[in-house]
Design a protein around this ligand. Structure first.
Ligand SMILES: C[S@@+](CC[C@H](N)C(=O)[O-])C[C@H]1O[C@@H](n2cnc3c(N)ncnc32)[C@H](O)[C@@H]1O
Ligand code: SF4
Length: 321
């Protein structure tokens, strides 16, 4: 169980909400494109291809799921959500129908005007900070954006810190590699000074991280995991008060194509599609394949650590008809 004071608004629900709602979250992928090239990114291509859900289909999905208890829409995905053409439109839609939006972002394009917009449309943020040192930051992110990032971060802290809030609305996320393993202490200090939630974790071995594994984790992950554990407030950014994953445990994850997956990192196992299945069907299929007892806190990490496959896990736990 995670303490409620390390949960940002949108991930802050009580046990009661989770027991009443089968679907509390929608994790909806937006663009795969990105203005950064992080050395550990789970996405190796940053290219959009194929036929995606339209703006209307996304809006309809969100509105339909609201009837089934949806409370939070998460824009994380495999790219940078803030550069998707639908981004601001969908946030307005979510806000208009009373939903909180959680956005994962490198914040490089979030100037003061855009931050004000997010603040006033019930958006919580999970912000990537892999280092507070310019050279390490630019190396980690494959960008030259440190100065812009710092300016945007300062504005964000001003806008979101304007009134003292009961609820926390900003979480900081660090992916720990050999290059930034001395950074968490400084980042945690910044979080404590501003009352932000901190999530520090090691990389999953996929996409760019898989290709550059020897460079980013030359000595394996044991030491990095110890450092992450020392500073982090929570095991994973999507952790709920129950200690499981908001998306896999209490939501639906939809890829750009409309395919529904258990976890946005496990894109090979598709159990339904928004284009061909109704919301009722999607919920019913998900219930059949993921109503496990003793769910792992993170299925992606569980599979990586045990060497199994998602298919074998689902098969093992699948409800008998
Ligand atoms: C894929 S990013 C997309 C949103 C945004 N571009 C960002 O980086 O915050 C979503 C989250 O996944 C994390 N992430 C990316 N690659 C990862 C990997 N290989 N292992 C673990 N987390 C990863 C990022 O740090 C970020 O918190
Ligand atoms: S981790 Fe996020 S910011 Fe970094 S390259 Fe991947 S999608 Fe872009």
């Amino acid at each position: 169980m995670i303490s409620s004071n390390v949960l940002i608004k949108g991930y802050h629900y009580s046990e009661k909400i989770y027991s009443e709602n089968y679907i509390t979250y929608l994790c909806c992928d937006l663009t795969k494109a990105c203005n950064y090239r992080c050395i550990y990114c789970g996405n190796a291509t940053h290219k959009d291809k194929g036929k995606d859900l339209t703006t209307n289909q996304r809006e309809k999905l969100i509105s339909n799921l609201k009837e089934y208890g949806l409370k939070t829409v998460i824009f994380a995905g495999e790219g940078e959500p803030t550069i998707d053409p639908d981004f601001y439109h969908l946030i307005k839609h979510n806000y208009a129908i009373g939903l909180t939006t959680i956005v994962y972002s490198n914040i490089a394009v979030l100037n003061k005007r855009k931050i004000e917009f997010l603040y006033s449309h019930d958006v919580s943020l999970v912000i990537k900070i892999d280092s507070l040192d310019e050279e390490i930051y630019n190396k980690m992110t494959g960008s030259n954006e440190y100065v812009t990032f710092k300016e945007n971060l300062e504005n964000l802290l001003l806008v979101y810190g304007r009134e003292p809030h009961e609820e926390k609305r900003i979480e900081i996320a660090t992916v720990l590699t050999e290059l930034n393993k001395r950074e968490p202490k400084k980042i945690k200090k910044l979080c404590d000074e501003h009352g932000l939630v901190y999530c520090c974790k090691t990389a999953g071995k996929k996409g760019m991280a898989g290709k550059k594994w020897e460079k980013i984790c030359p000595n394996g992950t044991i030491e990095l995991e110890k450092i992450a554990k020392k500073y982090t407030d929570k095991y994973q950014t999507t952790g709920t008060i129950l200690g499981d994953c908001a998306v896999a445990g209490h939501g639906i994850a939809v890829l750009k194509s409309g395919e529904c997956v258990l976890c946005p990192s496990l894109t090979d196992y598709v159990y339904a599609n928004v284009k061909t299945n109704t919301v009722e069907e999607i919920i019913s299929i998900k219930r059949k394949i993921y109503d496990w007892t003793n769910k792992p806190a993170c299925i992606a990490k569980y599979i990586q650590n045990t060497g199994g496959t998602i298919e074998s896990l689902v098969e093992k736990h699948k409800q008998k008809p």
